[in-house]
Design a protein around this ligand. Structure first.
Ligand code: PGA
Length: 247
């Protein structure tokens, strides 16, 4: 059985008190015990959230793969691990787009996270121009080949993949369940081609992109959709919990 996961990407939102209140509210009301719930706050709130000793897992949206050094403004892999991060997000389209993180750099981040025993949610997904050419399968396969497929069978099994079509992120334009299932099945197929069926069946693949309390149950009912990476709707405790209860 693949792990079911619902993760909240809080992006660059919330004050410190709002972040603490949101975490506490989700944690206190969470009844979805068989689902892994993870939140990705701003790194500066990590320490405060860890001190709440809740059951929700916590990850970071970003880190630098070097252990230390002259990288002004960055937090190293060892620093985020030291703060108590259990998960890291790698390859989000906003990091690729606005911070020029290319496939080689993402590969370095993947290797650094695995070396430090951090669990990875690796994001992939195509822009609208690629979808309009119906080339999303090829595009996403290249993203996986370039940053993940150097890993061993053992290592890849520690990775969760999030398929996030860029045209659906923050736009209110969700992929239909048919579009999501087609891409999730294709992604599982790419993994199978590289690593075999056994490994491909173990990897959770999440959907992200305007997933909310009203469309989550239809998306999560798809055979190859194992949960969601939620942006906007993760900022409201009730919406996030409703999504977590959508399986
Ligand atoms: P969204 O963001 O749910 O607001 O579309 C998803 C994401 O960027 O991970």
């Amino acid at each position: 059985m693949r792990k079911k996961i619902v993760a909240g990407n809080w992006k660059m939102n919330l004050s410190k008190s709002e972040a603490l209140a949101l975490y506490q509210s989700v944690d206190a009301q969470n009844t979805a015990n068989e689902i892994d719930l993870i939140v990705f706050p701003s790194t500066i709130y990590l320490d405060g959230l860890k001190k709440l000793n809740g059951k929700l897992k916590i990850g970071v949206q970003n880190f630098h793969p070097a252990e230390s050094g002259a990288f002004t403004g960055e937090n190293s892999i060892t620093q985020v691990k030291d703060l108590g991060a259990e998960y890291v997000l790698i390859g989000h389209s906003e990091r690729r787009m606005y911070f020029n993180e290319d496939s080689d750099f993402l590969k370095e981040k993947v290797d650094a996270a695995l070396q430090h025993d951090l669990k990875i949610i690796f994001c992939c997904g195509e822009p609208l121009s690629i979808r309009e050419m119906n080339a999303q399968g090829y595009y996403v396969e290249q993203q996986l080949i370039e940053s993940l497929f150097h890993l061993s069978n053992w290592a890849i099994e520690n990775i969760v993949i999030a398929y996030e079509p860029i045209w659906a992120i923050g736009t209110g334009k969700t992929a239909s369940s048919e579009q999501a299932e087609a891409m999730h099945a294709a992604i599982r197929g790419f993994i199978e081609k590289q690593y075999g069926k056994n490994t491909a069946e173990k990897i959770s693949i999440l959907y992200g992109g305007s997933c909310n309390a009203s469309n989550a149950s239809e998306l999560f009912a798809c055979e190859n959709v194992d949960g969601g990476l939620i942006g906007g709707a993760a900022l409201k405790a009730n919406d996030f919990l409703q999504i977590a209860n959508s399986f």
